[in-house]
Design a protein around this ligand. Structure first.
Ligand SMILES: [Zn+2]
Length: 351
């Protein structure tokens, strides 16, 4: 049978390998250059990503276990899924950005700062434009030096040049995980601290909040694959590999969002980080936004039973070894009908 190019775990996926790659082997000249400039940008970056992951590891696993109703340990039997924070870039990331000279990242990392500088300088120039000189208080400079307008012009130009590189669009065009990876045949999760640092910098979010988002997403893959339901069943590995990207990534993204919302009071930066990342993502990373929706005041809103619907759908996808996304969509629809019909008092407003 020909391999489906849209399957999650075909041979063409780097994370489909039977052994997790040695991170030390993944250092080309360009990777070393970017590692050096990331260290200059934030000497603590790698340590922060590692520390943050250690702090949240058990919390994220607890949340996923509860929300998905799937467990990695039952009785004495434990399925270990270790997580490693590793350097380097996975191949799809490298391919998407090979045209970008490493030194350009030094500038791209400052995109949010540049945008803020342009807005800030505009705002300062606004104060002075049109104000009568006798209305300027003694405590502040009496006039605006022309260098401010020069700085505004320079920053504006630099910002627009950098915007034309379209980092967000390039990232969004990658349809495989590159911030982290779930090597499902090993099994092991890798978190790419350098990619996390670059993407957090470009999006203007903290590496900490992005680390939580990425770790949740990759661990959600592990739970959906190897987590046992009440019948002790899991997703047979080759059936999981054959499943369409939309199925597997959709499930991971659905639970990343659920967990980000659950963490809102404990770690309020996580949900906005998830939202910023999802905004630039496309295709399989967005399909979950269409699941279990209902029309409410002319708008599509999540059904109160969305969690139960998706959970029931996962159980069926596993037992029926579903690989076609259309089949999954039908299962979602029929689970939604069933649950909506059986619900006597729907919890309004619940997510
Ligand atoms: Zn994924």
């Amino acid at each position: 049978m020909a391999e489906n190019p849209f399957s999650f775990g075909g041979e063409h996926r780097y994370y489909g390998s039977r052994t997790a790659p040695d991170p030390a082997a993944a250092s080309s000249g360009a990777t070393g250059e970017i590692a050096a400039l990331l260290k200059e940008y934030d000497p603590e970056l790698e340590r922060r990503v590692s520390r943050l992951f250690r702090q949240w590891n058990n919390v994220l696993r607890d949340q996923l276990r509860n929300e998905m109703g799937l467990r990695l340990s039952i009785g004495d039997e434990t399925q270990a899924v270790p997580v490693r924070v590793v350097p380097g870039f996975p191949a799809p990331f490298q391919n998407a950005f090979e045209g970008i000279p490493p030194g350009l990242w030094r500038f791209l990392l400052r995109l949010p700062a540049l945008e803020a500088a342009v807005k800030g300088l505009d705002s300062v120039m606004n104060i002075y434009s049109g104000i009568r000189s006798d209305a300027i208080p003694d405590q502040v400079p009496a006039f605006l030096p022309p260098s401010v307008a020069d700085a505004r012009a320079f920053c504006g130009h630099l910002f627009s040049v950098l915007q034309r590189i379209e980092v967000g669009q390039k990232l969004g065009g990658i349809s495989e995980d590159v911030l982290g990876a779930y090597f499902f045949r090993v099994p092991e999760v890798h978190l790419y601290w350098m990619v996390i640092g670059l993407v957090a910098g470009v999006l203007g979010i903290t590496a900490e909040s992005l680390t939580v988002v990425v770790a949740t997403h990759e661990l959600a893959h592990a739970y959906s694959h190897l987590g046992r339901d009440i019948d002790g069943k899991k997703w047979e590995t080759e059936a999981f590999a054959r499943a369409d990207l939309n199925i597997v990534e959709g499930i991971a993204q659905f639970y990343t969002e659920v967990v980000s919302r659950k963490l809102e009071t404990r770690n309020p930066a996580v949900l906005p980080a998830y939202q910023k990342l999802t905004e630039i993502q496309q295709g399989p990373y967005r399909v979950h936004q269409e699941w279990a929706k209902q029309k409410s005041a002319g708008k599509d809103t999540p059904m109160p039973q969305a969690g139960e619907i998706v959970r029931a759908t996962i159980v069926q996808c596993r037992s029926r070894q579903v690989s076609d996304y259309r089949v999954m969509q039908q299962i979602i629809e029929s689970s939604a009908k069933q649950l909506a019909g059986s619900s006597i008092t729907p919890e309004r407003g619940a997510v």
